[in-house]
Design a protein around this ligand. Structure first.
Ligand SMILES: NC(=O)c1ccc[n+]([C@@H]2O[C@H](COP(=O)([O-])OP(=O)(O)OC[C@H]3O[C@@H](n4cnc5c(N)ncnc54)[C@H](O)[C@@H]3O)[C@@H](O)[C@H]2O)c1
Length: 283
């Protein structure tokens, strides 16, 4: 299948490189892929020569030939909430140049965003296919997911995306787009929440003189709990957990006017851990 990938950061590069052996990939990014490679974003790629298998285009009209257009653009959280302007802009550009197409948004977007895009651009068929990779191992995480989430309402578009992933040995979960958007936030915020929970336990261990390391090892043996996030003593970081926790709080409280309790506490514990960590570094 001819697949266009818009945005060659962590998610776009992992998607393009992960699919290149079975599909024809067209890359669209203002930066040359070779430049991104030397910036180390594509660091999991075994050799730069692999990039020659990928055709890069700079004119949006060239995406017309793609059967699917995967959009992997940033959605940063700012003081005004989640900024979807990168996606808004590319959709306006695609709308001007293309008469139809299947647009697969891989970015993390606030619940309801894709539904609004579908209403605004009825000539396109939208699918939401959130990504769950880690930045340390983008390509191998993309190729070995725990599950693949496909949100959409057009059966033929969903089927095409299913086809792309037919060789992936994991459960494929089909939902509507608002549910797939919520699944992405719920997954990231749960991980943030778990880290904050064990940071709080870590702090109490220090007060009572308990061995937190031992506690973490033993608690993790419960298969319902597992090893992720139990070690304590460090705030959650990276580019996604803080961004998505903050973005979700902003969206739910300011946009939906719905009060959150636990998720705000997750952020509060993390902010205190960060202050503590910075204080320790200064000493
Ligand atoms: N980084 C992660 O670990 C991760 C994991 C899962 C989901 N996500 C989500 O995926 C989305 C993308 O994140 P990322 O980390 O891959 O972003 P990134 O910042 O690494 O990369 C974005 C890429 O988009 C390109 N770009 C910017 N404007 C463009 C335009 N108009 N046309 C074409 N390309 C353009 C940039 O040059 C860059 O290469 C975000 O919504 C993020 O929340 C990220």
């Amino acid at each position: 299948m001819k697949i266009a990938v818009v945005g060659w950061g962590y998610v776009g590069a992992a998607t393009g490189l992960g699919l290149k052996d079975h599909h024809e990939i067209i890359a669209y990014d203002p930066y040359k892929l070779t430049a991104l490679y030397s910036m180390n974003i594509l660091r999991e790629l075994p050799a730069m020569s692999e990039l020659v298998k990928i055709k890069q285009v700079y004119d949006i009209s060239d995406l017309r030939e793609a059967e699917l257009i995967f959009v992997c653009l940033p959605t940063p959280t700012t003081e005004n909430g989640v900024d979807t302007s990168y996606i808004d802009k590319i959709l306006d550009d695609l709308n001007q140049k293309l008469d139809k197409g299947i647009i697969v948004i891989r970015s993390t977007t606030p619940p309801g965003t894709i539904k609004k895009y579908q209403e605004k651009y009825p000539k396109f068929q939208f699918v939401h296919n959130p990504e769950f990779l880690r930045e340390r191992t983008p390509v191998s995480d993309f190729l070995n997911p725990d599950r693949i989430v496909i949100g959409g309402t057009h059966d033929d578009a969903i089927k095409k995306v299913m086809d792309v992933y037919k060789l992936f040995d994991c459960q494929k979960c089909v939902t509507d787009t608002t549910t797939s958007e919520m699944i992405k936030y719920a997954s990231n915020i749960f991980l943030a929440n778990k880290i904050s929970f064990f940071n709080e336990i870590h702090n109490v261990c220090k007060v009572v003189g308990a061995d937190h390391k031992k506690l973490a090892d033993v608690v993790a043996l419960d298969r319902r709990i597992g090893h992720y996030g139990v070690n304590g003593g460090k705030p959650y970081g990276g580019s996604c957990l803080p961004k998505d926790t903050d973005g979700f709080i902003h969206f739910v409280e300011n946009h939906l006017k719905h009060e959150l309790h636990l998720i705000k506490a997750t952020k509060k514990v993390n902010d205190e851990m960060k202050k503590h960590e910075e204080g320790e570094k200064r000493e």
